[in-house]
Design a protein around this ligand. Structure first.
Ligand code: G4P
Length: 288
């Protein structure tokens, strides 16, 4: 099964973003530190490349991601032209404060009262963009919430007399070419709940985590080696947590939802679902 999700208002949003890029000096792209490749919107990438704007990639939710792999992503992105990459957790205002100096660094020709620095902030739904915008402004402007795609129109925010931020809606793209990306985005709660199957998504997540983070799974769900196969894994969670449906059968669906929730909230520990090298392999596999 592959996952497709593109609410109608996003077509209009794309057009507005193209227009906004004309008048902005740089793009701040918020990515999910656990899935930086999958949370990169190819539409944003192509609009940004057309306009040749400098680019700050912010790996957000770094508190949930594997620190070693986050460092690999930072080195990887910092090798790209006109790009600077930093990792933060928007849960900490002190980390969000790193964003504006990083922007000033990549667009040193702007940032005065006469020539204010104009920044367009973008990202897929639920990546933490509203949390970041609120923190940058230091009061609640953007709506936050864990249901994807709440912000619907562009919003101009004067941070001070030298910096202007344009907030854009959390944006997906019409077709997710790489099927694995669909699952990574669904697991990380970027895609609306009606567009994916929770059991399928949980099983893909399990396949990835058992390769690199088996010890975390063993500890959290009291498993033993060798790790169970897919179906038995969800049964093991259901059994351990006492999830039953009428008639005493194990509730696999509830187990899948619980497992996804544990990953999303960082209950399992700090994990990353892709690295620059696994990304390269997945892209190659997808092309062949
Ligand atoms: P969006 O605008 O990109 O759609 O995302 P938003 O800021 O609404 O954030 C989506 C969810 O992600 C929120 O959780 C928010 O708190 C959480 N979040 C944002 N940044 C970070 C981060 O760096 N680390 C962690 N761990 N979580 C982050 P929520 O479930 O709506 O509720 P709550 O956490 O605010 O209670």
């Amino acid at each position: 099964m592959s996952i497709q999700w593109f609410p109608g208002h996003m077509t209009a949003a794309k057009k507005k973003i193209e227009e906004a890029l004309e008048i902005n000096d740089l793009v701040i792209e918020i990515l999910d530190a656990r899935i930086p490749g999958a949370s990169t919107n190819p539409m944003i990438e192509s609009i940004r490349n057309q306009r040749q704007r400098p680019h700050l990639k912010v790996l957000n939710k770094a508190d949930l991601a594997d620190d070693k792999i986050t460092q690999e992503w930072i080195s990887f992105y910092n090798q790209q032209p006109k790009t600077l990459c930093i990792a933060i957790s928007a849960k900490h205002a002190s980390e969000v404060k790193k964003i504006l100096p990083a922007c000033a660094k990549i667009a040193p020709h702007r940032g005065t009262a006469i020539k204010p620095l104009r920044m367009l902030i973008m990202g897929v739904p639920n990546v933490g963009k509203s949390t970041i915008v609120n923190s940058l402004k230091n009061k609640k402007i953007a709506k936050t919430g864990n249901e994807p795609a709440i912000t619907k129109s562009l919003q101009r925010i004067e941070l001070n007399n030298q910096m202007i931020l344009t907030d854009s809606p959390g944006m997906m793209w019409p077709k997710i070419d790489n099927a694995l990306d669909g699952f990574l985005l669904a697991a990380s709660h970027t895609i609306g709940i009606n567009a994916y199957d929770e059991i399928d998504t949980a099983l893909v997540l399990y396949d990835i985590l058992k390769m690199s983070y088996a010890e975390l799974l063993i500890k959290k769900y009291k498993l033993a080696l060798p790790l169970p196969n897919d179906e038995s894994f969800l049964c093991a969670i259901a059994e351990y947590r006492g999830f039953k449906i009428k008639g005493g059968e194990l509730d696999i669906h509830k187990a899948a939802v619980t497992f996804l929730g544990d990953y999303r909230q960082g209950v399992l520990g700090k994990v990353s679902l892709e690295s620059p090298s696994s990304r390269r392999q997945s892209n190659l596999k997808n092309k062949s």
